[in-house]
Design a protein around this ligand. Structure first.
Ligand code: DX5
Ligand code: ZN
Length: 215
């Protein structure tokens, strides 16, 4: 399924509007929605609650959903999300290597498993475990808040990961999250990304034209 995806993030949408916006996005042809989950510990913020996520999933037509678990203990969250999510993405920086692999073992039969890395985490640090994941989520801003500026050095990291995936004939997808807009989307896709998470740029100008500019 190596295609080009835009994965809208509902983080910057007002809580009471999220179902309506998700519906609108799906009608516009969006196939994949990105749900930001925070515990106010791993990052200094709170985003979508488990109950709200379940409500959105139940109220909208079926789509690929990834939950970006910006939390210290993803095991607790996974127990709920495993019933509803297509992909559960954990942060490399939140767990030890053993715990990361334990998470994969425990949930890989139930959902895709993604591995997210913060801007300060290098390709070399994750190289030996990439093959365990369906998705590598490269954070192109510090996790926690929408509306930040894309960090340019993310491009080199995406290229390294993409080359590694090709050389090793893996089916792992590369998702990029943070500061995506019409000016950088093409460059990010061209560097090897398969899926771009887009929050404020798309949500602030929600129409077909904005979406087209990203693809
Ligand atoms: C930030 C979140 C992102 C955020 C992206 O920690 O992981 O998914 O919603 O928003 P923008 O596109 O505004 O950077
Ligand atoms: Zn995210």
């Amino acid at each position: 399924m190596k295609d080009k995806y835009i994965c809208p993030s509902l983080l910057s949408v007002a809580k009471e509007k999220r179902i309506e916006v998700a519906d609108q996005l799906l009608k516009m042809g969006i196939k994949w929605i990105h749900y930001d989950i925070m515990d106010n510990k791993f990052v200094n913020n709170k985003a979508i609650e488990i109950e709200e996520y379940v409500e959105i999933i139940k109220s909208t037509s079926s789509h690929l959903s990834d939950v970006h678990l910006m939390v210290k203990d993803p095991f607790i969250y996974a127990e709920e999300f495993k019933k509803y999510a297509t992909c559960m993405t954990i942060h490399f920086e939140a767990l030890t290597r053993d715990k990361i692999l334990e998470f994969v073992q425990k949930y890989q039969e139930l959902t895709w498993i993604g591995l997210a890395i913060k801007p300060g985490t290098s390709f070399e640090e994750i190289k030996d475990i990439i093959h365990h994941f369906e998705v590598i989520l490269v954070m192109s801003v510090e996790p926690g808040f929408g509306g930040q500026k894309f960090i340019d050095y993310s491009i080199d990291k995406i290229k390294l990961i993409s080359n590694f995936i090709k050389q090793n004939k893996l089916s792992t997808l590369i998702q990029v999250d943070g500061g995506i807009n019409d000016l950088n989307a093409k460059k990010v896709f061209n560097s090897g990304a398969n899926a771009l998470v887009c929050g404020s740029y798309l949500i602030n100008n929600l129409n077909e034209k904005t979406l087209k500019k990203l693809l």
